[in-house]
Design a protein around this ligand. Sequence first.
Ligand code: K7E
Ligand code: CUA
Length: 663
Amino acid sequence: MKTRTIYRVLSLLAVFATLVLWQACKPQAPSDVTTGDASKSYVAPGKYDEFYNVVSGGFNGQMSIYGLPSGRLFRIIPVFSQFPENGWGYSEETKPMLNTSHGFVPWDDLHHIALSTTKGEHDGRWAFGNANNTPRVARVDMKTFKTVEILELPNSGGNHSSPFITENTEYVVAGTRFSVPVGENTDVPISSFKENFKGYISFISVDPADGKMKIAFQLKTPGVSFDLARAGKGPSHGWFFFSTYNTEQAYTLLEVNASQKDKDFIMAVNWKKAEEYIKAGKGTKSKAKYAHNVWDESTHTGVSTIMDEVLQLDPSELKDIIYFIPCPKSPHGCDTDPTGEYIVGSGKLAALIPVFSFTKIQAAIANKEFEGEFAGIPVIKYEAALHGEVKKPGLGPLHTEFDEKGNAYTSFFVSSEIVKWNVKTLEVLDRVPTYYSIGHLSVPGGPTAKPHGKYVVAYNKITKDRYLPTGPELTQSAQLYDISGDKMQLILDFPTTGEPHYAESIPASLIMPNSTKIYKIEENKHPYAALGEANTKVERKGKEVHVYMTAIRSHLTPDNIEGVKLGDEVFFHVTNLEQDWDVPHGFAVKGANNAEILIMPGETSTLKWKPLSTGVFPFYCTDFCSALHQEMQGYIRVSPAGSNVPVKFSTGKIEDLASGAGQ
Ligand code: K7E
Ligand code: CUA
């Protein structure tokens, strides 16, 4: 008890000292800030940006797409959260994409994105994102900017160290933040952490042809927290590096109890070795329940399958898969440089940045230069793995990105700055303030073997006085710096949606030519599609009424529907017959509690509606599609449960009252 109080006091003192230091080096007020040449971020009307900036949405659970250098927002791609703007997670087709072993989860937290690479370079095919809370990895197709696959990760809690990709996107890798009890009985005392709690790293294989994901294997690790990671590249291809914290294995008041040790670990994983063990028949199949949701482009529908098994390897028995390397004070970022030789650990509470050498790590393993073991895993001697330390770089290093000239850029949360340093000489070259308290940063191509350079974007955690105030809740603040010269120059502030954590930028030339414009109507295999107005109909199946509807400028077919009865569920399957770029139609019906849907050209989408009263209900197109958009509307009649109003439907039919009245 006494020791704990002392720790507590010490840690509070440390926090206090940090805050004092922070005040001392707090950046100036916005009006005092001189910026670089703002015209460098100017993209004239009608001109395109040079880069797509793919940004995680943090607590909004989505990804967003900006242009660089303009900072203009182009799109929010719904991933792990329902999105009223286009009906993601509301339409019947998209609901299965948000299914999990815990049922339908309408909102999650997306921290990191990863763009697919081939030979370590951006290939423009897919963007991956992680769900933190209910652990999942999603794949977005960069042709359609649509989430096409979501894979849940069993035995994980707080999927933060995720997703990170190997050089050729062989694997997307995800590490658990929370270690959790595993095995048959997980109903154990929390205080049994050391005995019962384990960490898991999932290696998800990605089919090179179509991108399909599958959990290839999981590594069972000692019970610690994994924070971030990077794959090796070039000479270190075949290896993976994870930052860990809470190697104290605390299970309460982590702010104090997980900050006791002077050093935590970087965990080096030899995944080629793991593959060898699997080939040799090692590993055990364990029961696990997780959802695998796949979007089918031809039916425009997601299918959710619950999986029941996962292959696991235990590196405490299967030697040479993992090694620990001591790394000062609760490392957050763990980044590998473009050459693959250097691994940078950023200790949140450290006053220096250690840079490890892959060559030295290999030599240390070969020569058994270990300082001992941690839970059965060898710990390499710090000095044996170390290339060197960047001295006095700043306070609170978080993340490091690289340019094409051998420089590194590290974000410092506490001292609110970006520091540029040379990877080989470890010399600090330049520093610029950020407004305020930067989290992640992103250099175009920064995590790849071939950075595109030019800019660094700061994703700041505190916005304060940078924009017109909007009450207690402010926009998030990103800042763009020109890094083409020796000195970094701030050239743009731009607000962002959600809370961006990580982001990557990719040259527009790798994405733009492949961007899908329409879905071909003749390829539409949706079971309820009406491929042409002649195929529209209304079908009753018991208490379900299926409306095969079409939308084309400027009418819905059918636009008069009768014969629905109270107690029925009505499914509006709307096919957009347009074959023209940028002509979506929308659909909404009065009283529908899932609002509306937005349907792209050639696509079919379904809105389910359960009327709760009799009467005539209007429906209409929600997307301004033509001069006669406001005429794009119709009526559906709902009669009492026992009525004998027959099912009928039409468009453009004028009935004389006598034939329709009284029914
Ligand atoms: Cu924001 Cu990558 Cu969740 Cu660092 S993490 S800041
Ligand atoms: Cu279709 Cu408005």
